[in-house]
Design a protein around this ligand. Structure first.
Ligand code: C2O
Ligand code: CU
Ligand code: CU
Length: 512
């Protein structure tokens, strides 16, 4: 059955499920008293042994499919045409998807700092569409604000200069109320920026540089993608199966060498606790907006939707025939409603990708000990503080669905929620007062994470450097130093759990 018919047939069902969800939410909230809980905080140690990682997911599938290597295209008068198509998600299984240039994921765009970025978006989808370049800081009309969405049959011209540092970025639909559906169905891709500093580093390239978009999706017993039909506005859409670069259960053949993995969590709502099943270290060299000062070794990394991590994976001591699994370890979020040990729950373990060691080679490359890190705003220069309080309540219109608010407001496209002077350093606090986790994302700039109180009570090792998305768990307060110095105009602050965003957890920020 075509996707759209199936989706609308399930419309009724959706409302019923939301009622149940809300009831469960209210019960749980009453039982726990909502905010101000004092359950013991157990982060960040993983509570489930890593041995559960392999085969611990209860996946219906045992096959692995070759990872799609995404050919890079330059944003040099690039046409991106959005349309409904069919796509092979691995092993010949066809799914209906919403695609740009018939590609799942959307084409990998690679460019350089200082280059012109010219893209022509053409919309043949039944929904209005606009693309946002997540992590880049272009002028306001180029940023993909939802008010700019174009209907079917129209075009949107992007033309700006890339001002951002070498890093791994993302692009995706930013249509009002439709981001979750569009990203899930395929309107999302990776964007890589290079610059002279990154060229000067001797990092793995070519076949040893792996751009990797990790996503979870809902998959049926045949391995086909289940259409997006049930916007769970509580937890967001949590899938049961892993995808890498649009391939279900991806596998990559590797040599005994150091690999660079540029990983983006492109999921709607699932947080990954990335780890190797052999428990060897992941070596972090960068995150959202560029390199860290020096590599950081860690055995796991929490990556929430919208966050990127630039990793070295050292396979020099592996043997031919070894299979190294990259997976998401089990975890529990204190004071979260997401506690059930089920595959559709946040924190359930999941194998994400298999690396099969095929060839022994001598790799003499070295892991650098210094990296060109960005400076970013200095909290000592801050002239003002603001706080943003993240809450959840029933939707004021339907009364039956969950909605999420920032500072008591649900997003309204025509409102200006916050006015922030251009070029001024401020300290912002993201204060999560309810039992859901929020990856908080800011457009038009990057921020430095200063502190976290409550919950994990620390800035995590993968949160150094400059970020545009930071995970805020229940009862956490995260302070960041921020300064808008790219462009004045109307931009957004929102939760990157796409169902939270679509159900109102977003504000308009007027800079200037
Ligand atoms: Cu990744 Cu407002 O977006
Ligand atoms: Cu963004
Ligand atoms: Cu959220």
């Amino acid at each position: 059955m075509p996707l759209l018919e199936r989706a609308s047939n399930q419309g009724k069902d959706m409302v019923n499920r939301s009622v149940i969800s809300r009831r469960k939410f209210i019960q749980t909230c009453t039982a726990t008293g909502l905010a101000g809980l004092s359950a013991p905080i157990v982060w960040p140690q993983s509570q489930v042994p890593a041995s559960k990682l392999a085969g611990g997911t209860g996946s219906l599938f045992s096959n692995w499919n070759p990872l799609r290597r995404m050919p890079a295209v330059m944003p040099d008068k690039l046409v991106l045409h959005a349309a409904i198509s069919e796509v092979d998600v691995g092993a010949g299984t066809k799914s209906t998807a919403w695609l740009l240039n018939e590609s799942l994921p959307s084409p990998l765009i690679r460019t350089r700092r200082g280059e012109r970025f010219r893209v022509n978006l053409q919309n043949s989808l039944p929904d209005a569409l606009i693309l946002h370049w997540h992590g880049l800081t272009p002028p306001e009309t180029m940023d993909g604000h939802p008010r700019l969405a174009i209907p079917k049959g129209e075009k949107y011209e992007y033309d700006f200069v890339v001002e951002n540092r070498a890093s791994t970025y993302w692009y995706h639909s930013h249509s009002h109320h439709r981001v979750g559906k569009h990203a899930y169905l395929g309107i999302a891709g990776m964007l890589i920026v290079d610059d002279d500093e990154s060229d000067a580093l001797d990092l793995p390239t070519g076949l040893r540089e792996i751009p990797l978009i990790l996503q979870d999706r809902r998959v049926d017993a045949a391995g086909a993608i289940i259409p997006y039909s049930d916007p769970d506005t509580m937890e967001g859409l949590i899938g049961n199966e892993p995808f890498g670069n649009g391939v279900h259960r991806p596998q990559l053949e590797v040599e005994t060498a150091i690999y660079r993995f540029r990983i983006l969590n492109g999921s709607n709502a699932r947080i990954f606790r990335l780890a190797r099943n052999d428990n060897k270290d992941l070596i972090i060299i960068g995150n959202d907006a560029g390199f860290l000062e020096r590599p950081v070794r860690t055995d796991f990394i929490d990556l929430s939707p919208g966050e990127r991590i630039d990793l070295l994976i050292d396979l020099r001591d592996a043997s031919v025939g070894d299979k190294v699994l990259l997976g998401s370890r089990a975890f529990i979020i204190s004071n979260s409603l997401a506690r059930d040990d089920q595959i559709h729950r946040q924190g359930h373990p999941m194998d994400l990708m298999q690396l099969v060691v095929k060839r022994r080679v001598r790799d003499h490359s070295e892991i650098p000990d210094r990296l060109p890190a960005p400076r970013g705003p200095d909290p000592a220069d801050a002239v003002r503080e603001r706080s943003f309080i993240f809450t959840s309540d029933r939707d004021s219109q339907t009364r039956t669905m969950m909605a999420h608010q920032i500072n008591g407001r649900s997003y309204r496209m025509g409102d200006i929620d916050e006015r922030v002077p251009f070029g001024q350093t401020e300290i912002w606090t993201f204060d999560n007062k309810r039992n859901f986790s929020h990856p908080v994302h800011l457009h038009a700039t990057h921020f430095r994470v200063l502190s976290r109180t409550g919950g994990r009570n620390q800035v995590m090792p993968w949160e150094q450097g400059l970020k545009d998305t930071v995970l805020v768990h229940p009862e956490e307060k995260v302070r960041v130093a921020v300064r808008f110095d790219a462009h004045p105009g109307l931009f957004l602050l929102h939760c990157h759990n796409l169902e939270h965003e679509d159900s109102g957890m977003m504000l308009n920020i007027m800079v200037g």
